[in-house]
Design a protein around this ligand. Structure first.
Ligand SMILES: *[C@@H]1O[C@H](CO)[C@@H](O)[C@H](O)[C@H]1NC(C)=O
Ligand SMILES: *[C@@H]1O[C@H](CO)[C@@H](O)[C@H](O)[C@H]1NC(C)=O
Ligand SMILES: *[C@@H]1O[C@H](CO)[C@@H](O)[C@H](O)[C@H]1NC(C)=O
Ligand SMILES: *[C@@H]1O[C@H](CO)[C@@H](O)[C@H](O)[C@H]1NC(C)=O
Ligand SMILES: *[C@@H]1O[C@H](CO)[C@@H](O)[C@H](O)[C@H]1NC(C)=O
Ligand SMILES: *[C@@H]1O[C@H](CO)[C@@H](O)[C@H](O)[C@H]1NC(C)=O
Ligand SMILES: *[C@@H]1O[C@H](CO)[C@@H](O)[C@H](O)[C@H]1NC(C)=O
Length: 507
């Protein structure tokens, strides 16, 4: 068999696999509980969603998806670890002057800034409507949906708990407002989705603390940090709240599809509501999201963080290096280092802010200087990039862990640990799975893309550093798909033979 034939068979097999995964529970029409009373409404929703889906599928994208375009758009899904990529890869690769301004802040985003080459944001895919599609490469990282919901819950609580240094909610919110108006920086509280999740949690934490004071008792009945209603909203309550429905569940699919609560497209809000009401319309959204992932330059997985990082360095990093190094103009780099001086003074502040959030009393925590490698931008090897990345993440992780510990102290004895997660009842996990059924499907699809990307980058059975596990996983998948096909062929063969025999008998 020649290589292309092999490849197309492989594609066929994988395509087949995805298809059967994708349609597994979705093709069986699941009529959601509140669907029946709205017959007309459903018809309207179905037309609306289908129209949106078909126009989204037709949208043109960059032709050669494997080649880095002029603009790199990092579609950062919250709580997938994208921030470490921003700080430990992208900021080491791009001069600040090449960053699209205030990437995280929708209100100040100005796509007209010339020569901007890098956009990192929690904005969803609808941002593409403001970008030159045919010259833009999109990258993203996805995470197992259950872990992402846990992490979203914990981070909402963690950031909100920092405000508990204040005697009451009024003084906490006043202080937050004062800090935000005084500094030009972008704080977590300005950024979607935290600008909704944190104030909600903050209000709730203060109410629970006041309740405890009223009762005059600090006793906590439960030993499960995810269910300590005396101090913090239990996880099972959090996931059922309309706010979580609106901005947490299926958040990965909605963000990739461009349908979040933060979308630029006005029709997206109605489409999203239709899909939330009629579960099986989600199929169309999934189809769009999968196509978008297919067209991306890179898709990483939070769970496979080492492999994802290595691949990022090799696929994205290497191309950025050659693009910036190749677009030779010593003028440009001189201009860059100039503007960078002034830029980093004003910009680093807001940026660190954004990364580390602001403590409620306005003090900045220490930052791990990310700017020691300026000199090698555009002139570094992938190996050097990986080294810089490793150093950077270990200091970043330390800082984050310290902040988390000091914040969670304020809601003691609640402490979110890996151990404690294991105690969460299966029923709650099942609810999370159901509430995130689109993300569960999309994540499986992303795992598949990841395995293919891995093969393409490191060769078939790539014996790369520390890659054994994921390659093994991918290998098994290919094997089982192969086995399925063989079985199908066998069944077909038997069937045809049987047919022949019966026809012989008849004759
Ligand atoms: C499919 O849906 C049924 C109920 O509708 C559920 O019991 C089953 O676990 C689902 N299967 C998967 C793989 O999600
Ligand atoms: C909240 O705390 C501030 C500062 O201690 C105090 O001045 C204010 O009276 C308090 N407000 C309420 C409603 O208790
Ligand atoms: C997004 O969700 C938040 C929280 O539920 C809500 O306050 C806000 O109005 C929503 N925005 C849109 C555009 O629906
Ligand atoms: C870059 O430009 C400088 C001067 O403008 C020139 O000397 C150098 O050879 C160029 N390098 C490349 C890789 O084009
Ligand atoms: C890139 O780095 C190498 C050594 O690290 C150096 O010899 C070379 O001059 C550098 N090139 C540019 C364009 O800075
Ligand atoms: C929470 O647990 C972590 C890990 O076990 C520990 O390092 C930390 O000190 C604990 N925090 C509190 C407030 O108990
Ligand atoms: C591979 O997975 C096993 C458990 O499944 C784990 O113990 C091992 O450390 C993993 N190896 C690598 C290189 O990730």
């Amino acid at each position: 068999m020649d290589l292309t034939l092999k490849f197309s068979i492989l594609l066929l097999l994988l395509g087949f696999g995805c298809y059967s995964w994708g349609s597994y529970n979705l093709s069986t029409p699941s009529v959601s509980a509140n669907a029946s009373p709205f017959r007309n409404d459903f018809g309207h929703c179905e037309r609306l969603v289908k129209k949106w889906a078909s126009s989204s599928l037709e949208q043109e994208v960059k032709e050669d998806k494997h080649t880095l375009g002029d603009l790199l758009f990092f579609l950062h899904v919250p709580r997938t670890g994208g921030r470490t990529y921003f700080h430990c890869f992208l900021r080491k690769l791009y001069y600040s002057s090449l960053e699209c301004p205030r990437s995280y802040d929708k209100l100040r985003f100005d796509p007209r800034k010339r020569h901007c080459r890098l956009l990192v944001t929690h904005d969803d895919y609808s941002m593409m409507s403001k970008l030159p599609r045919e010259r833009t490469s999109v990258v993203t990282i996805l995470r197992d949906p259950i872990d992402r919901v846990f992490s979203t819950y914990e981070f909402s609580v963690e950031v909100a708990a920092r405000f508990l240094v204040h005697p009451n909610l009024t003084s906490a919110t006043q202080m937050a407002r004062r800090i935000r108006s005084k500094t030009k920086g972008v704080s977590t509280l300005d950024i979607w989705p935290w600008k909704y999740l944190v104030p909600w949690m903050r209000e709730d934490l203060f109410a629970r603390r006041d309740g405890q004071e009223h009762r005059g008792s600090g006793d906590v009945q439960s030993s499960d940090p995810y269910n300590m209603e005396e101090v913090v909203m239990p996880l099972h309550e959090y996931i059922k709240d309309p706010i979580a429905q609106e901005i947490v569940h299926n958040g990965e699919t909605f963000q990739v599809a461009g349908l979040t609560n933060n979308s630029y497209l006005s029709e997206s809000h109605e489409v999203r509501h239709c899909v939330q009401r009629y579960k099986h319309l989600g199929e169309h959204v999934l189809e769009v999201a999968k196509k978008r992932l297919d067209d991306m330059l890179y898709v990483g997985l939070t769970e496979e963080h080492r492999e994802s990082a290595t691949m990022f360095a090799n696929v994205v990093g290497a191309q950025v290096i050659s693009q910036l190094g190749g677009s030779n103009s010593s003028e440009e780099s001189a201009a860059n280092s100039n503007s960078e001086q002034s830029y980093s003074v004003s910009d680093s502040k807001s940026d660190n802010n954004e990364l580390r959030d602001r403590t409620p009393n306005g003090k900045e925590s220490e930052i791990a200087s990310p700017d020691t490698v300026e000199a090698v931008k555009g002139n570094m090897t992938v190996g050097e990039l990986m080294e810089a990345y490793e150093d950077c993440i270990s200091s970043l992780r330390n800082t984050q862990a310290n902040r988390r510990t000091s914040s969670l102290k304020r809601i003691s004895p609640a402490n979110f640990t890996k151990q404690a997660r294991l105690q969460v009842p299966e029923m709650v996990l099942q609810q999370i799975r159901e509430l995130n059924h689109l993300d569960v499907e999309l994540y499986k699809y992303a795992q598949n893309i990841f395995a293919n990307q891995h093969k393409r980058t490191f060769g078939i059975m790539g014996v790369g550093e520390g890659m054994q596990n994921s390659t093994y996983g991918a290998g098994i998948k290919v094997l089982s798909l192969g086995a399925t096909l063989v079985l199908l062929l066998l069944a077909f063969y038997v069937f045809v033979n049987a047919q022949r025999r019966t026809s012989k008998v008849k004759i």
